[in-house]
Design a protein around this ligand. Structure first.
Ligand code: NAD
Length: 496
């Protein structure tokens, strides 16, 4: 099938968006943004200086009083305009994601849709941000609860959903009357530049929303600057630990969403065809670079017939995955976003082999549809005879590797999940209501799936997480986000 038209035609010189203006960075440190399928340079991203990041925070601080006084209805009118612009540019936004990240065009379209849904939900702020009151808490005295915005919030983004993840926070922060500074991942920042262009066009006043490019140095300022009231971070647990500690040490609230190692448990009463279809997208969608990806497939029971049927069905479906450039509509799995991801995945395959797991599908030598350099590509791999104590069963690989484990019963499977350091997501495939309830009740993970492979909460629910997958109290999205971005103010009134 023909490759869809590429929306990025020449190398983009990326700029920061500060106080409603596109500003060229003075930084000498520039990173190339590379299309992992073609290896063409798409953009040059500056690693902004601390002075530039500070300027963005100062602009947000200055814009806050007026934005806060803007009526919620007027604030969300900007978001309605943004929603229209996002729809008008849906296809271009999706193709940019595929070009800079590598995911398939369908995965990008799904990401764009999910991002737009965040904006849609945040337009409900005039109702969602309402407080409450009670008359006559004592004779002639009334009490009011009011939710108020706080000021400047920041976001430090990961690379795996370059368009959607910052939208878990941006529309909620703006709708509640706060101002915002976003730092995309330096690996694929173009999607956020495209979003910033549309935010500008939507008429959001200067300084209310700002975008700065950068990496560690820029992030330090975003989590420690005294004007910043709260920090939102999505990324690895190693970095997230530091973000949580440093923002707390600077007296800020934070939402810190981190790494994962998700278990998918299949009971012998599960419907095999629909389970296999769900497993495929869970393990290999987004080339395994998803915090909700399946990592450990646990087949329950001692029924060898069921085990073989499920394993063979899984392997057959795996062998049919077409790998190549995501702008080809026929492709089902794109390259990895970075060479480090390919190396890490291969390193874990070596570790799995050394620890005695059986590699029944070896994706290390990629077969690609089309004529592309293969450095960023890797095919799906499957390990069998994996045990919970093996490194590959415990650590996040973040690549297209599936581990098959066995458990004698649901109890043993739940113990495996609860022994993991991570607690992002877990799914159970079954026809049994009691088993499903037991699973939901006992599993220590923030997002639970019953006959669902990727447990991605909708924009009106919080995106949860537990243990080393999430630090904080309130989560991103939904009502949690509204509480995070506001402070409760109590007012008690008596009139004579
Ligand atoms: P990462 O931690 O390497 O980087 C995330 C962000 O932090 C980037 O913007 C980066 O520039 C910045 N950063 C890197 N080092 C830093 C430091 N020392 N101090 C401050 N900031 C620093 O993560 P990544 O590789 O971009 O993303 C992949 C990870 O994100 C995976 O572990 C995945 O599971 C996780 N993730 C989690 C969720 C979730 O909801 N729990 C969602 C998406 C991704």
């Amino acid at each position: 099938m023909a490759i869809l038209e590429e929306p990025i035609k020449e190398v983009l010189e990326l700029e920061n968006y500060i106080n409603g203006e596109w500003v060229k960075s003075e930084s000498q440190e520039i990173k190339d943004v590379i299309n992992p399928a073609t290896q063409k340079v798409l953009a040059k991203a500056p690693m902004s200086t601390q002075k530039e990041v500070t300027a963005a925070i100062e602009a947000a601080q200055e814009a806050f009083p007026e934005w806060r006084r803007t009526a919620p209805l007027a604030r969300v009118r900007c978001l309605f305009r943004l929603k229209e612009l996002l729809e008008d540019n849906f296809e271009e936004l999706s193709r940019v994601q595929t070009m800079e990240h590598g995911k398939t065009i369908d995965e990008s379209r799904g990401e764009t849709r999910r991002g737009i849904e965040m904006v849609e939900v945040a337009t409900g702020i005039p109702s969602l941000m309402m407080g409450s009151n009670l008359e006559d808490i004592a004779e002639g005295i009334d009490e009011y609860l009011i939710y108020q915005p706080l000021g400047v919030f920041t976001h430090i983004a990961p690379y795996n959903f370059p368009f959607m993840v910052p939208l878990w926070y941006t529309p909620f922060a703006l709708a509640t009357g706060n101002t915002f500074v976003v730092k995309p991942s330096p690996r694929d920042p173009i999607s956020q530049v495209k979003l910033a262009e549309l935010i500008d066009e939507a008429g959001i006043p200067p300084g209310v929303y700002n975008l700065v490019h950068g990496h560690v140095d820029a992030a330090q300022v975003l989590m420690e600057h005294p004007y910043v009231k709260g920090v939102t971070f999505v990324g690895s647990t190693t970095v997230g630990r530091d973000v949580y500690k440093k923002s707390a040490a600077a007296y800020k609230r934070s939402i810190v969403q981190m790494s994962a190692k998700n278990f998918l448990i299949v009971m012998p009463d599960a419907d095999v065809p629909s389970t296999i279809a769900a497993l495929m997208t869970s393990f290999f969608g987004n080339t395994g670079q998803r915090c909700l990806s399946g990592a450990n497939l646990v087949i329950v029971g001692d029924d060898e017939g069921f085990y073989n049927t499920l394993r063979d069905g899984f392997l057959e479906a795996t062998s049919k995955i077409r790998v190549g450039y995501g702008l080809d509509e026929a492709i089902q799995m794109g390259p990895m976003q970075g060479l480090d991801g390919v190396e890490r995945t291969k390193k874990y395959i070596d570790i799995g082999l050394k620890e005695g797991a059986k590699l029944i599908v070896d994706g290390r030598t990629p077969t690609i549809a089309g004529d592309y350099p293969d450095d960023y590509f890797i095919n799906p791999s499957v390990f069998e005879d994996v045990t919970p104590d093996m490194t590959i069963a415990k650590e996040e690989i973040f690549g297209p590797v599936a581990n098959i484990l066995r458990a004698k019963d649901l109890d043993e499977a739940i113990t495996m999940i609860n022994n993991s350091n991570y607690g992002n997501a877990a799914s159970l495939f079954t026809a049994s209501g009691p088993a499903a309830r037991d699973f939901q009740y006992r599993v220590e993970c923030g997002n639970i799936g019953i006959n669902i492979g990727i447990v991605a909460p909708m924009a009106f629910f919080p995106f949860s997480g537990m243990k080393d997958s999430f630090y904080g109290i309130l989560h991103g999205q939904g009502r949690d986000a509204i509480r995070f971005f506001t402070e409760s103010k109590m007012s008690i009134q008596r009139w004579f």
